[in-house]
Design a protein around this ligand. Structure first.
Ligand SMILES: CC(C)(COP(=O)(O)OP(=O)(O)OC[C@H]1O[C@@H](n2cnc3c(N)ncnc32)[C@H](O)[C@@H]1OP(=O)(O)O)[C@@H](O)C(=O)NCCC(=O)NCCS
Length: 173
């Protein structure tokens, strides 16, 4: 395990901009959710790597909400921020806004939380730097993230039951 000095959320803030092209759209001329999820994963991964300065892998993506559609031709801006750093994992929050390139009108379209784990080249988990807070709001958000982590891991355990059921059914085919 490696340990390093604490870092602030602002040290790893990450922004990424795309244009929604027809190849990433559904039959309604709005973003295909899978493309947006892919962009969210990349933006969050860069943020997590900036915090850890290690290679990271996605452990989970949750609290994913599509608040509004993104129409073809819109500029799409993703912003990722470290919400909490645990031992080897980090929770990253991502927002996605669409921007009308002509009027400049912006709208929140998507938000998500992702957890990344830092690994060395042999796949061994590595400690990540702790998070240092500038504001009470950042500290409160990290406290919430700690609760979410507990719920998430409990959900993963509970999920083992439906997974076992499906895998068993698959073996019978
Ligand atoms: C993610 C992964 C490293 C977790 O390994 P593991 O041995 O199951 O994990 P552990 O139980 O030892 O937990 C390690 C850390 O991951 C966290 N974690 C594990 N599963 C998690 C999940 N589903 N969601 C959120 N966090 C999770 C744990 O809380 C722990 O964090 P901490 O050290 O900060 O407390 C492993 O499952 C893996 O490599 N998965 C594939 C990753 C991948 O290919 N991603 C897509 C492409 S990048």
């Amino acid at each position: 395990m490696s340990t390093t000095a604490a870092k602030r959320p602002k040290d790893s803030l990450t922004e990424m901009t795309q244009i929604l092209l027809p190849g990433d759209a559904n039959a309604l001329g709005a973003a295909f959710g899978g493309s947006v999820m892919g962009w969210i994963d990349i933006c969050a991964a860069v943020c997590a790597q900036r915090h850890a300065r290690q290679t990271v892998v996605t452990a989970s993506m949750d609290d994913l909400h599509f608040h509004a559609p993104i129409k073809v031709g819109m500029a799409v801006t993703l912003r990722a921020r470290v919400i909490a750093a645990f031992t080897t994992s980090m929770e990253i929050g991502v927002t996605v806004h669409s921007e009308n390139p002509v009027t400049g009108e912006r709208q929140l379209t998507t938000s998500a939380l992702l957890t990344f784990v830092a690994l060395d080249k042999d796949g061994k988990k590595l400690a990540v730097p702790p998070l240092e807070f500038d504001t009470d709001e950042e500290r409160a958000a990290a406290d919430d993230a700690r609760d979410r982590r507990t719920e998430r891991l409990a959900r993963k355990d509970r999920g083992a039951r439906w997974l076992a059921l499906v895998l068993q059914a698959d073996r019978g085919r």
